[in-house]
Write a protein that binds this ligand. Structure first.
Ligand code: DGL
Length: 275
């Protein structure tokens, strides 16, 4: 009898995780992926700890049910507010081989490479900023770095509503960049600590002084997953290798296909799912 084979699940509150999936597929094209966007309940960034935990757990359970063995929380808010609880309290209920990984740790491990003058700015959702997950993780590895986090509550709605390239978006991007720089004018690197923000990249670049570099998470997460699979051969061998991808959304498939295809720069045919 042939061994059962599994997919890699990628979860986000909405479209943002597609910016991570894009890089994961570039680095690891051979695996089979299932992307789940909880668009109907996005944004998560302003929701309570308990709500984000509850929603994320439902999504993770669904992906396990759909034959995923490994789920990547391609969402900083979920990684900050739900990952630890799921790993500690829930994972064992799904079976001994199931794993959930977040996207904050891989970025914090490399934080010292982002900056020359030891000042890093982080833009993220209110939930991620309030959790202080980045500060706590980075301080563990690099106590000499100064981290200045700033919440940008309007940025995710701009992306979820397809307004990320509009003139109106300029106002909110400039406002938050100015406010971050007021908090700490010395930053020389800005980490986009929310997976939705890469879609605002042209506008962020426009308002950020040239000498400040912008760090995106996609590539970092993809390379970290590659290392994880090398170090976990049993997991690696359990994965389907046929290079396929399926998309699931809790809201309108039509909207997901339109906005999602901008993220991935390819056509998307999503399926509807309820959690
Ligand atoms: N994209 C998610 C993140 O990285 C959250 C967006 C939201 O739902 O607020 O934090």
């Amino acid at each position: 009898m042939s061994k059962r084979q599994y997919n890699i699940g990628v979860f986000d509150s909405g479209f943002g995780g597609l910016s991570i999936l894009k890089e994961i597929r570039r680095v690891l094209p051979e695996y089979s992926y299932m992307y789940l966007g909880d668009n109907a309940r996005a944004p998560y960034g302003t929701r309570s700890f308990d709500t984000v935990y509850k929603y994320t757990l439902q999504a993770v359970a669904k992906l396990f049910e759909m034959d995923c063995n490994l789920v990547i929380l391609a969402c900083n808010t979920a990684s900050a507010k739900a990952l630890r609880n799921i790993q500690q309290k829930d994972l064992h209920k799904f079976g001994p081989d199931k794993r959930v990984l977040g996207i904050i740790r891989p970025c914090t491990e490399l934080a010292h490479t982002f900056t020359k003058n030891k000042n890093i700015g982080i833009v993220a959702t209110k939930g991620t900023v309030t959790s202080q997950s980045y500060e706590i993780e980075i301080q563990k590895f690099y106590p000499d770095l100064t981290i200045t986090s700033h919440a940008c509550p309007m940025w995710v709605p701009l992306v979820e509503n397809g307004e990320y390239a509009s003139d109106g978006a300029d106002f909110f991007v400039k406002k938050e960049i100015d406010s971050l720089l007021e908090q700490n004018p010395n930053i020389d690197a800005l980490l986009l600590g929310c997976t939705h923000y890469p879609l605002l990249l042209p506008k962020i670049r426009k308002y950020l002084p040239e000498h400040i570099s912008i760090i995106q998470q996609g590539n970092i997460v993809a390379e970290s997953l590659q290392t994880y699979l090398l170090n976990h051969p049993a997991m690696e061998q359990s994965l389907v290798k046929n290079g396929t991808i399926q998309f699931f959304t809790t809201d309108s498939c039509e909207t997901f296909n339109t906005i999602g295809s901008h993220f991935l720069q390819e056509e998307i045919h999503s399926q509807s799912i309820s959690l």
